[in-house]
Design a protein around this ligand. Structure first.
Ligand code: EPU
Length: 338
């Protein structure tokens, strides 16, 4: 096992923030992981995967484990469905494309989400009407303290909107090593309920899309709105869409009749943070090398040399302006590492 020192993490985080890891180990096997967890005399662990949902605000005086476990295997199959086991370090979008090539359905609405498969359950990634939980069968995770591997069923993961057991009770305690996905071989479930997706398909003249049509439409929408991290550093949506109670929603809607919203059915409403930010006139604004993306106000971007602090200061400015105008506190979706 190779323990490297003072490694730049710039290429390991999609924000493209310059920060150094005091110690860095690339984990390519379960044995490596077990060995690394037994190391003594090193600073606190930091588990790094695709680096697509974090903001580094300073150098990490920590022992960084870069989870680069690779591989896919069919673990169950009948004439209708398969369970595919995917190792944590597999890139999510490459996986989506691979399943489509093989004719497996389930991941098509989640094309082009940055990051790796192992971190997908942590925040229950989702887009265009589908969340990971909809096709999740289970995952294996190693407990950091004991190096013991356990299997978590879907119920045990307590999935919610951009939320799971691994962000709450299990936070900092486990490393997900593989994820099992339940995919269809035929009679694929087509979900085109998300209005912009339906519009895109209709514009392309497609009324009865197959799984590849859905993926292509999602890729087209995302490419238009969301910056490619390889060209412009970002971490996707920086904030969660706030969920607010009925009474607050009614007041807000009265003051701002054009407020878009989505009723969740339990006396709460989800409102688009992007709209709130946009209404504050912040869309496309740039402060040094930190900015609010010009096509999607929920995405903060690094034009090149922004530090983590620069992005964080911008996030605070966005929060305070939205709070002042709408009385709503935006909660970061991205993990802020300090
Ligand atoms: N809007 C604006 N201004 C903007 C952008 C959007 O007013 O600059 C309004 C539009 O009216 C639109 C609404 O906000 O109706 C929602 O926008 P959009 O459909 O782009 O989705 P979102 O709520 O901003 C969420 C996810 C994205 C996911 C899309 C599509 C969260 C925090 N974000 O964004 O996920 O791709 O829906 O399903 O839930 C991510 O998590 O990193 C991410 C990109």
């Amino acid at each position: 096992m190779n323990i490297q020192e003072n490694i730049s993490l710039k290429d390991y985080n999609t924000f493209g923030i310059e920060a150094k890891a005091r110690y860095f180990i690339e984990i390519s096997s379960i044995e490596d992981l077990k060995e690394a967890l037994k190391l003594k005399g090193y600073p606190e662990l930091f588990i790094l995967s695709g680096g697509s949902n974090m903001l580094l605000t300073q150098d990490l005086n920590r022992l960084v484990l870069f989870i680069n476990l690779k591989g896919k295997a069919l673990v169950e199959e009948n004439d209708k469905e398969i369970v595919l086991r995917v190792m944590a370090g597999e890139n999510w979008h490459d996986l989506v494309l691979w399943t489509l090539e093989k004719g497996y359905g389930g991941l098509q609405n989640m094309a082009l989400i940055p990051g790796n498969t192992g971190t997908a359950p942590i925040q229950n990634i989702g887009a265009y009407g589908v969340e990971l939980k909809d096709i999740f069968a289970g995952c294996e995770a190693m407990e950091i303290q004991t190096s013991k591997t356990s299997y978590f069923t879907k119920e045990e993961c307590h999935f919610g909107y951009r939320d799971s057991f691994f962000k709450k009770e299990g936070k900092g305690k486990y490393i997900i090593t593989s994820v099992d996905l339940l995919l269809s071989k035929k009679e694929h479930k087509i979900n085109m309920g998300y209005a912009p997706l339906k519009e895109e398909l209709l514009q392309q003249g497609i009324n009865t899309p197959d799984i590849s049509d859905i993926a292509q439409a999602v890729i087209a929408i995302r490419s238009r709105k969301l910056p490619d991290p390889k060209e412009l550093g970002n971490s996707g949506s920086f904030f969660k869409n706030p969920v607010i109670p009925e009474d607050d929603f009614k007041k807000l809607k009265k003051a701002h009749p054009e407020l878009p919203s989505y009723a969740l059915g339990n006396q709460t409403h989800k409102i688009p943070a992007a709209w709130l930010i946009d209404q504050c006139g912040l869309k496309g604004k740039r402060f040094g090398d930190a900015g609010v993306h010009k096509n999607q106000a929920l995405v903060l971007v690094n034009y090149g040399l922004a530090s983590g602090e620069d992005i964080l200061n911008l996030a605070r400015l966005v929060q305070s302006q939205v709070k002042e105008k709408f009385g709503v506190l935006l909660e970061p979706e991205v993990n802020i590492i300090s």
